[in-house]
Design a binder for this molecule. Sequence first.
Ligand code: FAD
Length: 455
Amino acid sequence: MADQGLTPEPEDAEDADNADNADNAEDVADAASRRQRKGAAPTGAGLDVIVVGAGLAGLACAADLIAAGRRVRVLEASDDVGGRMRSDHRDGFVLDRGFQVFNTSYPQVKRRIDRKALRLCAFRPAVLVHGPQGTTRVADPTRRLADAIGSVRTGGIGPRDMAALAALSGWCALAPPRLTKAAGVYRPDRSTGAALKSLGFTDEFVARFFRPFLSGVFLEDGLATSAAVFRMVWRSMVRGSLCLPADGIGAVPRQLAAALPAGTVVTDSPVAALTGEGVVLADGTDLGASAVVVAAGPSAASRLLPGAAVPPYRTVTTYQYAAPTSPLAEPTLMVDTRMRFLNTCVLTEVARTYAPTGTHLVQASVLGTDLPGREGEVRAALADAYEADSSAWDLVATTTVADALPAMPPGHPLTRPSRISPGRYAAGDHLTTGSVQGALASGARAAREVLRDQA
Ligand SMILES: Cc1cc2nc3c(=O)[nH]c(=O)nc-3n(C[C@H](O)[C@H](O)[C@H](O)COP(=O)(O)OP(=O)(O)OC[C@H]3O[C@@H](n4cnc5c(N)ncnc54)[C@H](O)[C@@H]3O)c2cc1C
């Protein structure tokens, strides 16, 4: 895939944009570090770089700049770090703001995150597919052979599709990224649907498994996402585990923030505009710095950096229910061939910490917003899928994320330059791929470009 940027295209955006970052994980001292952040005044005296936004991209960028000796301030509009990766702790529940999973194999994750400190709880590497004829299991032969054989025996997947799946996953697991990327299926780039056809999958299996499963991954239901992005994501899934941190997905950015020097991140400090000398906050305070990195998510990026290219974004809504008993006694994701929901799982089967003792937490996600009547339809579909009475489940949270993931159609560049103009840079998943890896890598790239320009 062509990089339209100023730097040479990295061998693979999965492994790039991170070469020189030491793993700087420390114990997470959330409460203390948060107090420090809130207490720090957003003074700009002597700053080299202001980073706008304390999501993953901003935090990674700040870490790399500080490691290179720069004086950095991160200004965050909201009351805590994390951006789209936050969790609320309420009445004994861990409520992630939208369903998302943590992938252990992303190169940026391996290099920056102390995974042990997150107390990761893994999903079973299989997917349950619910349809009018019942529920079947689809398991990857490179992960759990016994489950995969069971999938064939019970009709979850036929022999031809199992052979295609083994070839795809085996290739992704064993071949270096350069080789998988160069495969004819991905060059020139095409839609995921077209690539799956070339890889030998039957239309029936694509419709029954890939379409519902990947709709939840890319937040679009037409298999229209770039095949190169699909290859990258599939490779990361085959090579790692999908997990939830015991304290919620928000523990990931909190760990990154806790590793920064005290006072680096200042919350409750929305930036209103960029100025010739730095930024002006919403309260009128001027802060100066020789460089400003806008890592503020897609909407704020287009507002603060007029002219910056921001792709359309996908919206997702997640319903979280408290249930007295677990409707599925295993930590496995379920999808629906009729697409009444994108995916569902019992979060407490994955991480028991997500609900108080004696209660279970079930999530179900749908594309788009929370329209009237939608929750009732989802609840009815869950009763059907789990063969359980969902009528008494308590709806504990409804979360709609408007700018959840960027659209990534064929030709989507895996990485784009950060520099917008002299001293002005952008970072965020809109410049890479909509993923933890993409956001962290874009922060790393912005830091590299700042350092090169300031050298
Ligand atoms: C529901 C959902 C599910 C997902 N699932 C997965 C998944 O399973 N796997 C995966 O890898 N990725 C997943 N993602 C994607 C991943 O979470 C994002 O790619 C990543 O968090 C984006 O980070 P970012 O730093 O680019 O942007 P953001 O997280 O949006 O951070 C931007 C920050 O800037 C702040 N800000 C905005 N305006 C201002 C301003 N004016 N002044 C100061 N600060 C400002 C915001 O408050 C925010 O903290 C999911 C995302 C969502 C929403």
